[in-house]
Design a protein around this ligand. Structure first.
Ligand code: ADP
Length: 379
């Protein structure tokens, strides 16, 4: 999308050795969106030319030291200034015009003294409008380039995601296929095999549910079923859903909740899903026997639920991106345990639907991470 913004002011440069002439030119040309820079000598003009993006230079031909033509020749000799249009203001005859040989590089025009205000104004307006158009084109070009870069990035995420998805679907499917074979060959181990297959099926269906959630949320099709509920049972449900990951890694988990119940208008299942996801992540991205803490505090009508770990941490440049769908930190992929980079994107959307916000703090790789979910307390 190309957003219209207030255009940058257009700069004209007025060069004349007589201050009175500069003032009268200024009075004549003044208009909104136009900045008139004034110089009383060629040297002063060159300085301004190098500092500003000039749309038109109005140059008096007769000046002591560097005259108008010499200034123009300097301008034509410099890459930055060679295409700036010039209007010479001259008291001389048309013959004098032949002295200037720089026509091929950019627009040049002559105005004779005494200056006719209407003529000068309409000439100047042409250059003002041209410059504005050029600014608009440049802004559109930049916006298009940014959109193209964003599309390219999204496209590479998608390619990466498809590769990861293919991989993550293949593993459980292979496990189910070999489970079926084993059932046939080793019927006496049926119960164990069946339980393994059940776990794999559960994992697969969660993956598919998460995928469907991402598209449902981005199409605005997810609606909450809010109820007045205390934070404690939500946390308990999240702990229950993530317990196996903690136990498998031998982490120490501490939970600190406010003594008084914290009431929320929330969708129990969805909030528990968010917190379980943060706890699961803390467990996945922390080396065995790590320390993980869930702490909730209340202040000014908000509750902050923090999930802190002392694990692999998140580099600063990735901290914003991890909340986008399918985004994963490259170095973490081997730890993701089949995750597809969806959990935090879902968490962000779901917390947003609750009128809250989610954020992350990490001092970088190896320094642990703290995720904070901030939610409004029910009034
Ligand atoms: P998944 O864990 O399935 O890859 P998420 O959306 O839950 O997807 O997380 C996105 C990425 O954020 C992860 O791939 C990981 O790189 C990073 N991340 C999330 N939580 C943590 C954490 N507690 N510590 C370090 N990195 C994390």
């Amino acid at each position: 999308m190309i957003v219209a913004s207030t255009p940058e002011p257009v700069h004209f440069l007025l060069v004349d050795d007589l201050p009175a002439n500069l003032l009268s030119l200024e009075a004549l040309l003044r208009r909104e969106g136009l900045v008139l820079l004034k110089a009383q000598s060629g040297e002063a003009a060159l300085e301004l030319l190098l500092r500003h993006d000039i749309a038109l230079a109005l140059v008096d031909v007769q000046m002591p030291e560097m005259d108008g033509f010499q200034l123009a020749e300097f301008m034509r000799g410099n890459e930055r200034t060679r295409h700036i249009p010039i209007i010479f203001v001259t008291a001389g005859s048309a013959d004098a015009q032949r002295r200037f040989r720089g026509y091929e590089a950019g627009a040049v025009d002559f105005i004779h003294k005494p200056v006719e205000p209407d003529v000068l104004r309409s000439k100047a307006n042409v250059f003002f409008d041209l410059h504005r158009q050029r600014q608009q084109i440049a802004a559109q070009r930049d916006a298009l380039a940014a959109a193209a870069a964003a599309l390219q990035k999204a496209d590479s995420y998608k390619d990466q995601f498809l590769a990861v998805l293919g991989h993550e679907l293949r593993n459980p499917l292979a496990a189910l296929a070999s489970g079926l074979q084993l059932l046939e060959r080793r019927p006496e181990r049926g119960e164990t095999i069946r339980r393994q297959m059940e776990r794999t099926t559960f994992h697969l269906s969660r993956l598919v549910e998460d995928l469907l959630d991402v598209s449902r949320i981005s199409e605005g099709k997810v609606s909450l079923k809010p109820e007045r509920i205390a934070l404690d049972p939500i946390v308990e449900s999240a702990l229950e859903a993530s317990r196996h990951t903690f136990e498998a890694a031998g982490h120490v988990l501490t939970v600190t909740l406010p003594e008084e119940p914290v009431w929320l208008d929330a969708d129990y299942t969805r909030l528990a899903q968010v917190l379980a996801n943060l706890l699961n992540n803390a467990a996945k991205y922390t080396p065995p026997e790590g320390e993980i803490a869930l702490v909730a505090t209340v202040a000014d009508g908000w509750v902050d639920v923090r999930v802190r770990d002392n694990g692999v941490g998140i580099p600063p440049e990735a901290q914003e991106r991890i909340f986008e769908a399918f985004a994963q930190v490259d170095d973490h992929r081997s730890l993701a345990q089949g995750g597809l980079g969806i959990g935090l994107a879902l968490a962000k959307q779901l917390v947003g639907l609750h009128g809250g916000a989610i954020s992350v703090e990490s001092e970088g790789a190896g320094k642990g991470s703290t995720f904070t979910v901030r939610l409004p307390v029910a009034g």
